[in-house]
Unconditional design. Structure first.
Length: 192
C-alpha cells in the first residue's frame, strides 16, 4: 500500500464512510467483504487480538459483513470503513444488544486497521465516527472488550472517553498463552 502523504510530508486523513455511502458506491461496496477479509486475515496471522486464533475464512467474513449490514439497515448497528486512495485500510462496527433489557446499549465489536496503515489516525477516525453514530442513535452505553496486551487499542479507547469497568485475568487463551480480557464502556447518559 502506498503511503498517503500531503505535500508537506504529513499523512492525509482517511476517507471514513458509513454503511450507506459504502454499499451504494459501485466501486467500493461490492469488494468490501473481500477487502475486510484480507485485513482481518493478515492481522490475525500477525497475532492481532481480534477474536480468532487462525485467520477467518473468506466466507465467514462475508457472512459477518452481511450480518452487520442487516443490523445497520434495521437501525441496530453502525459500520464505518476507512479508505486511503480507494483502498480499504480499516473498518469497525457496533451492534445493539439483542436482549430486550439491553436494547438501549450497544457493543463496539470490531475495529481493525491494516498493519501497514497503523499509526496514521485511522483507528481514531473510525472510533470517533462510531461513537458519534452511537450517540446519534440514542445508545445509552457503548461497551467493548479488548485483550489486555492490546495496549495501543486500550490507549485509543481511553483517550476516546471509554473507561475500564472490569477485567477477567488470564481469560483469553491463545495456545498456552493467557491474556486478560478488559471491559470498557462509554456512558452517554452522563453527558446528556
Amino acid at each position: 500500500m502506498q503511503t498517503a502523504m500531503t505535500g508537506d510530508g504529513t499523512h492525509r486523513a482517511p476517507l471514513v464512510l458509513d454503511a450507506g455511502d459504502l454499499f451504494s458506491d459501485p466501486a467500493l461496496g461490492p469488494g468490501f467483504a473481500e477487502s475486510a477479509h484480507r485485513i482481518l486475515a493478515d492481522l490475525v496471522r500477525g497475532g492481532a487480538a481480534l477474536g480468532w486464533v487462525e485467520p477467518p475464512a473468506a466466507e465467514e467474513v462475508a457472512a459477518l459483513v452481511d450480518h452487520v449490514a442487516a443490523a445497520v439497515r434495521a437501525g441496530d448497528g453502525s459500520l464505518r470503513a476507512a479508505y486511503l486512495d480507494g483502498v480499504l485500510v480499516g473498518f469497525g462496527y457496533w451492534l445493539r444488544y439483542t436482549r430486550p433489557t439491553h436494547r438501549p446499549h450497544a457493543d463496539l465489536e470490531k475495529l481493525a486497521v491494516d498493519a501497514a496503515a497503523q499509526g496514521r489516525g485511522i483507528g481514531r477516525a473510525l472510533t470517533t465516527a462510531l461513537v458519534s453514530d452511537a450517540e446519534r442513535a440514542g445508545i445509552e452505553v457503548l461497551t467493548l472488550d479488548a485483550r489486555g496486551d492490546n495496549t495501543d487499542a486500550l490507549r485509543l479507547y481511553r483517550s476516546s472517553g471509554f473507561s475500564e469497568y472490569g477485567r477477567l485475568p488470564g481469560f483469553v487463551a491463545v495456545g498456552t498463552r493467557r491474556y486478560d480480557k478488559v471491559f470498557c464502556m462509554l456512558d452517554f447518559r452522563r453527558e446528556r
